[in-house]
Ligand binder design. Structure first.
Ligand SMILES: *[C@@H]1O[C@H](CO)[C@@H](O)[C@H](O)[C@H]1NC(C)=O
Ligand SMILES: *[C@@H]1O[C@H](CO)[C@@H](O)[C@H](O)[C@H]1NC(C)=O
Ligand SMILES: *[C@@H]1O[C@H](CO)[C@@H](O)[C@H](O)[C@H]1NC(C)=O
Length: 387
């Protein structure tokens, strides 16, 4: 209790609010093709408004992309673009209603997050296969944003890499060197691990280590205990340099680990036990997190779920120097993930997901704002760019 109190004071001392709300929702709704379709979706349960929660955010040009994973029934689309208005902006399926039609496993099923590389290719993680609402194989889909979101690659993961029942592809970073790599966290309760995907070779392999699951502390938010497996979740990549690092943490954990990309890229090393020697326990964050990101200056931002805020760490300094960057117990409930634009802003989404993801939790239905996107003028770009 004492520690929490001191951190709260530190936040008050540091003063001014940093992140500002740019979008907020009481519930998600879509740009239906017709009133008839909307009414039918409500009637059949294809759309259950209160069961839809925005999770992954990314920005390209002036467009905000949002994913809506299917943790519950009644989520009609899973990858969207967002209208520009501030309050309850409608979401439109991206790239189309057709690619969001989940009756065919070839289409997008349940997307948790995505990344957009410097060439405008969106790497989409279609792999939230928890709570049994979807049983299609997990996959990584590449869409060309400069060409209307045209599908340019689909990599379907076999069960051995990511299980179609209980797999949970959670977050990814993209490394544009050596023909392109994605490093993906599989937060699966059945087989957690770090998946490496080589775009050039079009192949993937999985690394499993005890640092990728832990129960060091329970996550308690507003009196709710997150009753799930505490597996690898947040991932961040340092900006281009000679010895690029991937950082990762499990959900609910204070501990941060790192591993050099040179060890991840080497598939032969992955087949031996040798790669584990490259894992470093970096230290302890100020809070338990699920979302991590690094900017072009090498600052690592991490969500602090139980402190309703965000921490910031200059990766050139020891982790204990990291600071509570912003917090708001009313507005920042479940700080979930980050995005950058090209104009020097970092974005944050908060979304009460700990409730949506647990089928037994009852959801709010009282018109309160549940989801917010914030932005802060960091004057930096994402880790995909060097300073
Ligand atoms: C959803 O949006 C449609 C327009 O696309 C509107 O007619 C309808 O009232 C909205 N419903 C909810 C629950 O917001
Ligand atoms: C993956 O596992 C599921 C459940 O055990 C099974 O139904 C499915 O056929 C498997 N997929 C493949 C491609 O073997
Ligand atoms: C991070 O720390 C290093 C080493 O102290 C310093 O040189 C650098 O300017 C800091 N970066 C930022 C963005 O403050």
């Amino acid at each position: 209790m004492k520690i929490i109190y001191l951190i709260t004071c530190a936040a008050l001392v540091s003063g001014a609010e940093k992140f500002k709300v740019v979008r907020q929702w009481t519930h998600l709704n879509y740009t239906w093709r017709s009133q008839a379709e909307y009414k039918d979706a409500l009637k059949t349960g294809r759309y259950v408004p209160q069961n839809n929660a925005p999770v992954g955010i990314k920005i390209y040009g002036n467009t905000l992309y949002v994913s809506v994973p299917k943790y519950r029934k009644g989520v009609p689309v899973t990858l969207t673009t967002v209208e520009n208005n501030h309050f309850n902006p409608l979401l439109s399926p991206f790239p189309s209603w057709e690619l969001n039609d989940d009756s065919d496993c070839a289409n997008l099923q349940s997307v948790q997050s995505m990344e957009i590389d410097t060439m405008g290719i969106m790497w989409v993680l279609d792999g939230a296969r928890i709570n049994n609402y979807n049983r299609c194989p997990t996959k990584l889909v590449l869409l060309d944003l400069n060409n209307g979101g045209k599908v340019i690659r689909v990599n379907v993961f076999p069960n051995e890499t990511s299980h179609q029942v209980g797999g949970f592809l959670n977050d990814l970073v993209v490394d544009e060197t050596s023909g392109g790599f994605a490093y993906i966290t599989d937060a699966s309760p059945v087989d957690p691990g770090l998946i490496v995907y080589s775009k050039e070779k079009d192949e993937a392999w999985k690394l499993r280590d005890s640092s990728m699951f832990s129960n060091e502390a329970q996550l308690v938010i507003k009196g709710s205990v997150l009753d799930s497996s505490y597996t690898i979740n947040g991932i961040a990549l340092s900006p281009p340099c000679d010895d690029r690092m991937v950082y990762y943490c499990t959900i609910g954990s204070y501990t941060l680990y790192s591993i050099p990309t040179s060890a991840l890229k080497n598939r032969h090393l992955a087949n031996t036990e040798e790669w584990r020697k490259s894992i470093t326990l970096v230290g302890r964050k100020l809070g338990q997190s699920q979302g991590l990101t690094i900017d072009s200056d090498g600052n690592l931002f991490y969500t602090m779920s139980t402190f309703y805020g965000v921490g910031k760490w200059n990766t050139s300094t020891p982790l204990w120097t990291s600071e509570l960057f912003d917090r708001d117990e009313q507005q920042m409930v479940w700080t979930d993930g980050f995005a950058f634009d090209q104009r020097g802003y970092i974005y944050l989404i908060t979304n009460y997901v700990y409730k949506f993801i647990q089928p037994k939790e009852s959801l709010f239905n009282d018109g309160r704002v549940l989801f917010r996107v914030f932005k802060y003028h960091s004057r930096t770009k994402s880790y995909l760019y060097s300073k």
